[in-house]
Design a protein around this ligand. Structure first.
Ligand code: FMN
Length: 327
């Protein structure tokens, strides 16, 4: 059991925020499978929120069933971040999270995301103001630093702790690395040694065993899983079983087929065709990474223009897999 401010998290497993991925549908999928402590929303632009843009308002919707839930905001303007934090506070999520790790060029140019790791004074002011604004537990998510020569995670971690953040999460890569190379968890162990607030480790948890091993090796208080959960939404249940000394429950092909078809039917029934098509493409790409012959499936989605075609494609794909498995 992990305590983050007033929030008890059990098990100490977190679905990482992923723009375009951890929408309400996916959060509910992971929550309903079980084993996850906290699920996170995609990041929200503080300026976009203040402008009241429809896109962000829609992203912010969540249901009680998803709880505990974290809402993450990003930005570089202290006042806007404080005002955005107030909007978040009004929604009363279980955690408010500040993004200081996004390495995308568009975000860095706006001096937010990981750019704040190169401007610790500004980072400090943002954490201070957001902390004063929200009463819900506050976390900050960051990387190692801008690049290998400018690793500022220890300073930033101490700043977050000093300004009253209740926990920090670190993706153990630099911004320059983007997603290349391997996450270096030795830095997570160092951060854990340096801080007294909980430290969540993140990066390249692909298999349930990775999570248990990383927690043991680094002493971190919890782990956050991103891409591993889109390949395998059962991963939290599997880690949780390992943590309590049990065996890893394995989803069957039928479980996977049902999960994808249910997800896609929800999207098709609700969204306009253009948006639906975008989501179906994204998720076919993600889900197929956990499947044998997934590459074939990814190839097949090109040229599909009607959302319903995806249902046929998935049915056919699993039919083929079943035949192969029986052969
Ligand atoms: C498609 C995608 C979108 C992401 N969006 C966010 C985001 O909105 N906020 C954030 O803090 N990190 C974001 N990340 C980073 C993840 O939260 C996580 O730190 C990173 O993927 C490393 O963890 P993993 O190896 O378990 O995926 C994103 C990552 C991916 C792949």
């Amino acid at each position: 059991m992990l305590r983050i401010g007033s929030l008890l998290v059990d098990p100490p497993l977190f679905l990482a925020p992923m723009a375009g991925v951890t929408d309400k549908d996916f959060r509910l999928i992971v929550r309903r499978i079980g084993g996850v402590g906290v699920v996170a929303m995609e990041f929200l632009s503080s300026k976009g929120l203040l402008r009241g843009e429809r896109r962000w308002r829609r992203i912010m919707e969540f249901s009680q069933e998803e709880r505990p839930l974290a809402i993450q905001i990003y930005g570089s303007d202290v006042d806007s971040m404080a005002e955005a934090a107030q909007i978040v506070e009004d929604l009363q999520p279980d955690l408010c999270d500040i993004n200081m790790g996004c390495p995308a060029n568009k975000i860095l140019k706006g001096c937010s995301g990981a750019a704040l790791m190169g401007n610790l004074k500004l980072a400090e002011q943002i954490v201070r103001r957001v902390r004063r604004t929200v009463s819900v537990p506050l976390t900050v998510k960051f990387r190692l630093g801008l690049d290998d020569k400018r690793r500022s995670y220890l300073e930033l971690g101490r700043i977050c702790q000093g300004e009253g953040a209740d926990a920090v999460a670190m993706h153990a890569r630099t911004a320059r690395q983007m997603y290349r190379g391997e996450a270096d968890w030795s830095h997570i162990a160092r951060l854990k040694e340096a801080l007294s607030i909980p430290v969540l480790g993140n990066g390249d948890i692909r298999e349930p065993e990775d999570a248990v091993r990383r927690m043991r090796e680094t002493g971190c208080d919890g782990v956050m899983v991103g891409r591993g959960a889109t390949r395998n939404p059962w991963i939290f249940r599997q880690i949780s079983a390992l943590l309590s000394g049990g065996k890893i429950p394995m989803p069957t092909l039928r479980d996977r087929r049902r999960l994808i078809l249910d997800h896609f039917r929800t999207v098709i029934d609700r969204d306009d065709p253009k948006l639906a098509l975008h989501r179906l493409r994204t998720f076919t790409g993600k889900y197929s990474q956990g499947l044998p012959q997934g590459r074939d499936l990814r190839r097949e989605i090109y040229g599909k223009e009607q959302p319903e075609e995806f249902l046929v494609l998935i049915e056919d794909f699993f039919q083929r897999l079943k035949i192969d498995a029986a052969a």
